[in-house]
Each structure stands twice: as structure tokens, then as C-alpha cells.
Design a protein around this ligand. Structure first.
Ligand code: SF4
Ligand code: SF4
Length: 561
């Protein structure tokens, strides 16, 4: 007796048109396979130079992902992208993506950078220099220990390029780390002679064990090392001066925050301090040290925490590591405003442009409170969309994170294709007319920073009980319209510029303070009057004068620390 599946199969075969449909599906599958293969060579024409005898390329598959290369029916090697397995942030804070070809002996037959954001021009290094550096890997074995620019025992030496040390160190760790992972997973040129080359089928489970006879298993994810030291140790020692200058800047900012009341009472001094700090932020943190944080850092952190957290990944860039550490503490003590108001290079650039615009008396336009509050939501939607995409594909999310103009305006110093220039330049120009437009409505990083800021411990911004009831003076001055009609400060939107604190202490502008000053002046005048009367009438005469009862004391202000 036949089973149910077998009966269903027989019925399906007997159905009219079954064989025609099966043949069509087969054709489509072949076409898709061929398209994927030809896609690879079309997308990365370098693979033809890597493997001149190849007549067929498979598609990226397996773990780690690599595409098989064939000459006739013979497998002659693999091609892979380094970003699929080793993602070390380089000088720009982003990984460098290389296309590498490995032959069956585990020899690198070609290497080419396909994507990078390194600001090499600033260091006087050209793309041709970078290409020459990467070309040196051709002919090396995936298991060679490679030393850049210095002879070391047991290492193969390649030449360094002056001015791009960090980029080279990261490239070396990226190329050797990824080549080794692919060679191990496919059994290419394994040190043990008995290693057998093997094909990894598409969607094969993770190859966590080495090929037969290859000896001891290596960890799934290789630690990022150059020679015998972790790469980040070398990077930190390479950037001592920048680290010192950043630490000094963070120290100054801590003092500013601690003595904010003193500064708010001395507005001219505060203006110089704040403008000076913003210039430091744009020029040093942003353009020179490339310390612009990005929503991509947040996504990487979340994914890393969800999967395989490694401190090495975050320590590799000391600027970003120190900034994020400071921001984490500042979020708990002061909220997101400390980063957005003081440490974000693009935020500071917008604010400086606004101030220059004011100096030239450019007209400004702010949206009504209702429109403004609806537009706030946009940045949260952008953040959600990026997070959703990152769950599916981190590279896609990184690509979409170009909604942040940081890369163009800060990391690449506006040296980019015109489309990007138009976008970033447009946002900077808009900020001259609508203060911090991008921050208020579009920035997914600003939106992400509001989430941990919910756990803020202190409320250091002072408010009078009259703020918002009915006084709206500082609400109208707030650079990001973060003060609600009822006088409360919205900590999610506040950029901690301290303008409202300057107004708070200004007894010529802030109505409750004006009232207090007038009371003080009246009391002073009364004392002078009494003293004069004492002189003329004597003590006995004064006691005849009625003294008004003392005024009721005001209840304490809101929001005092
Ligand atoms: S909102 Fe975004 S661009 Fe603006 S200061 Fe904050 S992080 Fe920077
Ligand atoms: S004016 Fe006050 S509420 Fe507005 S951003 Fe500055 S510190 Fe925050």
C-alpha cells in the first residue's frame, strides 16, 4: 500500500503540464545561477584578473561567505569580501572592504579595496598608494604572518606607506584575518599535508572545525591581532597626542558642566567658552581626529551585544571609545544634550553657521510649535527604520545611514561626489535659517541618545515657578525649541546650550528675577531712607514710624539641582 505523500506525488506528475512546468522551473533556476555567477564578475571585474584561467564564478555562500571559482569543471580557488567576516573599524571609524582571491594552495592571487572611507587625501596618501600597498599581498600565503614596514622574525615583511599607519594596520589585520578564515574553512593550503580541499555548499552550517587532518580547531572569530599584540594596543600608542588632546577637552567640558551656574551668571565669558569649545569640536574632534559618532556605532553595539560582544571591536578606535564612554556617563548625569550641544562636530558646525548667519543678519524661520512637535517624530521613524533594516542586513543599514551627513561633512571634509555634497551642504546651509534643522528633525543618532537618557539621574537646569506660567522668554530663545509652553524643559530635545540658564540669572530680562531685583532695590532704598531719617530725627523719632510687615517668602524654584 502506497503512503499519502507518494500518492500525492503520483497525482502531481499526472497533472497536465507538470513536466512543462518542471522544465521551466529548471531553466529559471539555471538562469538565476548563471546570473548570480555572471553578476559577480560584472560587479567585481577584478576577479578576472585574479583568476585569468577562470571561466565560471559561483556566488557568495557558506560560512564564511566565499564564491568558488572554476576553470571548466575544476575548482581553482575562492573569491570573498573581507567585510563578510572581519569588520575592524579603521581610521574613519568604518571597516575597509577588500575583495580577495585565494587559490587552492591558500595563496592570495589578488587583493583590491572595493570600499573605504579613509580620509587618506588629508594625510597626503593617494588611492594609487593604497592600491600599491594592497597589491603587496598578492603571492602571500593565507597563513603567513605579515609585518608592515619592519623586519620581524618569522614574519613576511611588506612596505608601509607613510602617513596612513592606522589604515595599514587595520588593512593588514583585515586581509590576513579573513584570508585565514576562508582558507581554514575550505581547507586551502592548510599547514598539515593531509588537508583536503573541500567545497562548502550554499547555506552550509558554520564550519567551526578545521578540515580533516588540519590539527587544532581555531576559534570561530579570530581576535584582531597584529603580530602578537592586540591591534588596539598599537593604535592607542600610535595616537597618544590625539588621546591627550581629547582627554583635555573632555576635562574642560566636565568643568563647564560642573560650574554651569557660575558661567550662566557671566554670559559674555560663557559665550566665548562655548564658541571656543564648538570650534574645538568641529576642527579637532571632527575634522582632525574623526571623532564623529554615528548611528552606525549604535547599531553595531546593539548587534554585537546581541551576538558576539568583543571589546577589541570597540577599543580599536580610541577617539570613538573615549567619546562613547564619556557620553555614556553624561547621558546618566545630564541627558543627551551634553553630546548634542557640545561634542557633536556636525551639531557644532550647524550652530556656528547659524551664528555666522546672525552676524550677517540673515532672516530666520522656525516652525510653529505644533508643526515642530510633529516633525520631531521623523528622526525616531528614521532610527526605527535603520534598526529594522540592520536586523536583516548591516551593510544595507550602513548604506541607508547615509541619511547622516557626517561622513561627507566631517569624515571626508566635503571631498565627495556632488550628490552627497549637495545633501550635506544643503543641510548645513539650512541651519543658517532654521537653527539646527537636521538635529531637530532628522538625526537618528540624536533620537537613539534619548533612549538611555531616560535614566538621567539629575535635573541640573534651573527653572522658576513662573517659567511658562505665563513667562515664555527663554522658551522663545531656546535653540532647539525644547521648552514646552508650560515652562518644562523636554530633556529629549534639550541640547544643553545653557542659554535658558543665562536668562534664568538675568535680572534685567527674566521677569521673576527682574521682580526680585526691584524688590531688593526697593528694600535698599528703604534702608537708605531709614538711615537718613535716623540722622535727622534720631532713634526716638524713628520708632514712631510704622514699618510694613515682611513680604511672604517665595516657594523654591523648580528644577534646581
Ligand atoms: S542631533 Fe545629531 S547632528 Fe545634532 S547634535 Fe545631536 S547627534 Fe549631532
Ligand atoms: S535653552 Fe535651555 S532648554 Fe533650550 S537647549 Fe538650551 S539648555 Fe536646553
Amino acid at each position: 500500500m502506497r503512503s499519502a505523500p507518494s500518492r500525492a506525488w503520483t497525482a502531481a506528475i499526472r497533472r497536465p503540464g507538470f513536466w512543462r512546468r518542471l522544465a521551466l522551473a529548471g531553466l529559471l533556476l539555471c538562469a538565476a545561477g548563471h546570473a548570480a555567477a555572471s553578476d559577480l564578475a560584472e560587479r567585481y571585474p577584478q576577479v578576472r584578473e585574479f583568476f585569468p584561467s577562470a571561466d565560471r564564478f559561483g556566488s557568495f555562500s557558506g560560512d564564511p561567505r566565499a564564491a568558488p571559482v572554476y576553470a571548466g569543471n575544476r575548482l581553482i580557488g575562492y573569491v570573498f569580501l573581507t567585510k563578510d567576516m572581519v569588520r575592524i573599524p579603521a581610521y574613519s571609524g568604518r571597516p575597509i572592504n577588500n575583495l580577495i582571491g585565494l587559490d587552492m594552495a591558500g595563496r592570495i592571487v589578488g587583493a583590491a579595496i572595493v570600499e573605504h572611507e579613509e580620509p587618506i587625501l588629508q594625510a597626503g596618501v593617494s588611492e594609487a598608494d593604497l592600491k600599491r600597498f594592497v597589491d603587496q599581498y598578492t603571492g602571500k600565503n593565507a597563513f603567513d604572518k605579515i609585518s608592515v614596514g619592519g623586519v620581524r622574525e618569522g614574519h613576511v615583511t611588506i612596505d608601509a606607506i607613510s602617513g596612513a599607519t592606522i589604515t595599514m594596520m587595520v588593512e593588514n589585520a583585515t586581509i590576513t584575518g579573513s584570508a585565514r578564515r576562508v582558507a581554514e574553512s575550505r581547507g586551502l593550503g592548510m599547514p598539515a599535508k593531509t588537508a583536503t580541499p573541500q567545497l562548502v555548499k550554499p547555506s552550509a552550517p558554520a564550519a567551526k572545525t578545521p578540515a580533516p587532518g588540519a590539527g587544532k580547531a581555531e576559534p570561530e572569530s579570530l581576535p584582531v591581532t597584529l603580530a602578537d599584540e592586540p591591534l588596539w594596543v598599537l593604535v592607542w600608542s600610535e595616537r597618544k597626542l590625539k588621546i591627550a588632546l581629547l582627554m583635555a577637552g573632555l576635562g574642560v567640558l566636565s568643568l563647564i558642566l560642573i560650574f554651569q551656574d557660575y558661567l550662566a551668571k557671566h554670559p559674555t565669558f560663557l559665550r566665548y567658552v562655548r564658541n571656543g569649545f564648538m570650534v574645538y569640536t568641529v576642527v579637532f574632534i571632527g575634522w582632525y581626529a574623526l571623532g564623529q559618532l554615528s548611528v552606525v556605532n549604535v547599531l553595531t553595539f546593539v548587534h554585537s551585544a546581541m551576538h558576539q560582544f568583543q571589546w577589541d571591536t570597540f577599543l580599536i578606535d580610541p577617539m570613538l571609545f573615549l567619546l562613547w564612554s564619556f557620553v555614556a556617563v553624561a547621558l546618566l548625569l545630564w541627558g543627551r544634550g551634553v553630546y548634542c550641544g557640545w561634542l557633536c562636530p556636525f551639531g557644532a558646525l550647524q550652530e556656528l553657521v547659524y551664528q555666522v548667519g546672525q552676524w550677517f543678519k540673515l532672516p530666520t524661520h522656525e516652525f510653529s510649535q505644533m508643526v515642530h512637535e510633529r516633525l520631531w517624530a521623523l528622526k525616531y521613524l528614521i532610527l526605527l527604520a535603520l534598526f529594522g533594516v540592520s536586523l536583516q542586513s548591516m551593510s544595507q543599514a550602513e548604506y541607508l545611514a547615509e541619511v547622516e551627513p557626517f561622513k561627507t561633512a566631517i569624515n571626508m571634509h566635503f571631498l565627495r561626489e556632488w550628490g552627497y555634497l549637495l545633501y550635506a551642504g544643503g543641510l548645513v546651509a539650512v541651519s543658517a535659517f532654521n537653527r539646527k534643522f537636521y538635529c531637530k528633525y532628522m538625526c537618528p543618532l540624536g533620537a537613539a541618545l534619548t533612549i538611555p537618557a531616560k535614566f538621567r539621574i539629575f535635573d541640573w537646569l534651573r527653572r522658576h515657578r513662573e517659567c511658562g506660567r505665563p513667562c515664555q522668554v527663554c522658551a522663545q530663545e531656546c535653540e532647539v525649541q525644547a521648552i514646552r509652553k508650560n515652562g518644562e524643559i523636554n530633556p529629549n530635545e534639550c541640547h544643553y546650550c545653557l542659554d535658558c540658564q543665562v536668562t534664568y540669572w538675568n535680572d534685567r530680562k527674566c521677569p521673576p528675577e527682574v521682580e526680585r531685583r526691584k524688590r531688593r532695590e526697593r528694600a535698599g532704598r528703604a534702608r537708605e531712607l531709614v538711615a537718613g531719617m535716623e540722622e535727622t530725627m534720631g532713634r526716638a523719632g524713628i520708632e514712631q514710624v510704622a514699618v510694613p510687615p515682611p513680604k511672604r517668602r517665595d516657594p523654591p524654584d523648580r528644577g534646581s539641582a
